[in-house]
Design a protein around this ligand. Structure first.
Ligand code: 1PR
Length: 556
């Protein structure tokens, strides 16, 4: 398609969208100059990050006016996420005006009633159809529903949304329920189509939506469209199942997926003491995507710091993974200010930027988050805007910043023995202690700090993190189930989503963590790598237990 253009203002992971378009057999060109916009026959605008940042970039680069002209000219337009929000008059997120193509203001979700950002797979209820009522019928060569299906789930990640009101009714293609709110999850009118969710991150269901735009005319005759009212559906946000790949180089220098027992990744059997090798990162990630993982996380557990930033091996892993894996990708390990061997300094947000451009959707910060919180607490809980959490969240949005916590139990006989927050633990200590506090560690668990998990997660939320990846060193690799006391304590302390991690050994552990805690996601590593428990079995079991989860969607 010669005239297919994408409008990128350099704010995050657009590589995944390019890869998705390529996967569907199309090539696209980037808008490099305002005049390119009016050269397009079809235009895709994937917004990333904050509304204000997007509008500022559009205005600064001189894109806003030609974009309005392009839309007014009647040529097909597809917006994604902030690319959809920018079509409205404005957003509570910023003082800058939107493009004003659609009436209405983007609002923040109510944080008092649910975790914000809204992050994960949710349903979209299609409100527009043809008179015959056939959802896939086409008018003028374009499926009215753009292949969005009531039975599928799509990947959302956002803190702001357009509430469903009569004012926007003519525009609404689908609505989605999140907790107590119904919001507009896609819009369509004439030549305009836009989704709040990310089709390029929504597995095969999302690729089908993108394909509908690419293969259709992108223009619908609205006079023939029937619009229905939304019925309040049950909350269909699914619990996410995440496959985690700890990656490091082994003693031969090969990059391998490994897995520790309580963070020790060396073999303990046989003569050798090799790093456990459980497979190749790109291949394993693809396998997990095909098997139905809702997200894939890579943790680079050695820092590879003897090479310049641009040569980091994990960049290549992400680039290759994002060619075949169309669910969100997180990368952790080494997200901090770094210095190249030649002395060049790269601030953390630049390191994160390299990863986003290589295909990552989120970065996960471990040790550096602990140091940042120590500084924040020492400053009397004042933010100074310099931490990796703050700088990355400012540039790429809170939803792109995960904090990975590596806590371990410190047992006490009596809560009065420590100033730290204690919980009563179901696993008694070596001397029969009933209480413990969870000590944060740095450097892959090798060094404990005088800070507890509760202090860490509340401060990280205040600094602007969008999600907590909650490990537990005592449970890691033990197959003994998740650390429920820890998870409940953290979940009660923050309003951002929490991922439970460490200890999954069987399908029942997933059902237990979702039943006994309110976490949004559960992560596992060892049981998936060793093929002890297929992801499909986890999901089948969860469904039997009435836990909402995304169906495995195996083909395009
Ligand atoms: O400190 O920002 O450079 O980040 C380092 C990152 O690497 C952190 O996220 C830290 O958790 C991770 N890491 C460092 N050393 C190890 C190690 O194992 N030696 N991996 C390590 C921790 C990750 C867990 C694991 C779950 C599930 N392992 O997320 O995947 O415990 O395992 P299971 O299901 O087999 O029980 P920085």
């Amino acid at each position: 398609m010669p005239g297919l253009y994408m409008l990128d203002y350099g704010a995050g992971n657009v590589r995944s969208l390019v890869n998705a378009v390529n996967r569907l057999g199309y090539e696209l060109q980037f808008v490099k100059d305002p005049s390119d916009i009016l050269k397009a026959d079809k235009l895709i605008f994937p917004g990333v990050g904050a509304f204000g940042h997007a509008m500022e970039a559009l205005n600064k680069k001189g894109y806003a006016q030609p974009l309005k002209e392009y839309i007014a000219s009647g040529r097909p337009f597809m917006g994604i996420c902030v690319g959809m929000q920018s079509l409205f008059e404005g957003s509570d997120e910023s003082n800058l005006a939107g493009l004003g193509v659609i009436p209405g203001i983007v609002k923040e979700f109510n944080k008092d009633t649910k975790a914000v950002p809204h992050m994960g797979w949710n349903a979209a209820q299609v409100l527009k159809s043809t008179p015959e009522g056939a959802d896939d019928a086409t008018i003028s060569g374009q499926a009215i529903n753009y292949s969005i299906n009531d039975d599928s789930e799509y990947y959302f990640v956002h803190s702001f949304a357009v509430p469903y009101t009569d004012k926007v009714k003519d525009w609404v293609l689908t609505t989605t329920q999140y907790g107590d709110e119904v919001f507009v999850s896609s819009v369509q009118r004439g030549n305009v189509f836009a989704t709040q969710f990310h089709p390029e991150k929504s597995g095969y269901a999302g690729l089908r939506v993108l394909r509908s735009f690419l293969t259709g005319t992108g223009i619908v005759d609205d006079s023939k469209v029937v619009v229905k009212e939304p019925v309040v559906p049950a909350n269909r946000l699914t619990k996410r199942i995440i496959a985690c790949l700890d990656v490091r180089s082994n003693d031969n220098g090969d990059l391998v997926v490994t897995k520790g027992d309580q963070y020790d990744v060396r073999e303990k059997i046989g003569d050798g003491n090799d790093v456990r090798n459980l497979g190749k990162p790109v291949d394993l990630a693809r396998r997990y995507f095909e098997e139905g993982a809702d997200e894939v996380t890579f943790l680079n557990i050695t820092s590879f710091r003897n090479c310049p930033l641009g040569d980091l091996p994990m960049l290549e892993v992400l680039k290759r993974t994002s060619e075949t894996v169309f669910v969100p990708l997180t990368i952790g390990g080494g997200i901090r200010d770094v210095v190249d061997p030649d002395g060049t300094i790269h601030p953390a947000f630049e390191v994160a930027g390299e990863y986003f451009r290589s295909g990552a959707d989120k970065v996960s910060i471990g040790s550096d988050a602990v140091y940042a919180v120590e500084k924040y607490l020492a400053n009397g809980c004042k933010k100074d805007g310099t931490s990796a959490i703050e700088t990355i969240a400012k540039a790429y949005g809170a939803q792109a910043v995960v904090v990975s916590v590596d806590p371990r139990r410190v047992y006490v006989k009596d809560p009065s023995e420590t100033i730290h927050r204690v919980v009563k633990n179901s696993q008694k200590g070596p001397n029969g202690e009933e209480y413990c506090w969870y000590q944060c560690t740095v450097k892959g668990g090798r060094e404990g700090r005088d800070i507890d998990v509760h202090q860490l997660v509340t401060a990280c939320e205040a600094l602007g993190a969008g999600e907590i990846l909650l490990n537990c060193m005592d449970r890691d690799g033990t197959n003994s189930g998740y650390e429920l006391e820890l998870i409940n304590d953290v979940k009660a302390a923050v309003s951002i989503p929490v991922i439970a991690s460490s200890g999954a050994g069987c399908v029942e552990h997933f059902d237990e963590v979702f039943e006994k805690t309110n976490v949004e996601a559960a992560l596992a590593a060892g049981i998936f790598h060793r093929r002890e428990v297929p992801i499909q079995n986890v999901k089948d079991h969860l469904r039997k237990c009435n836990v909402n989860c995304r169906a495995v969607d195996a083909e395009l």
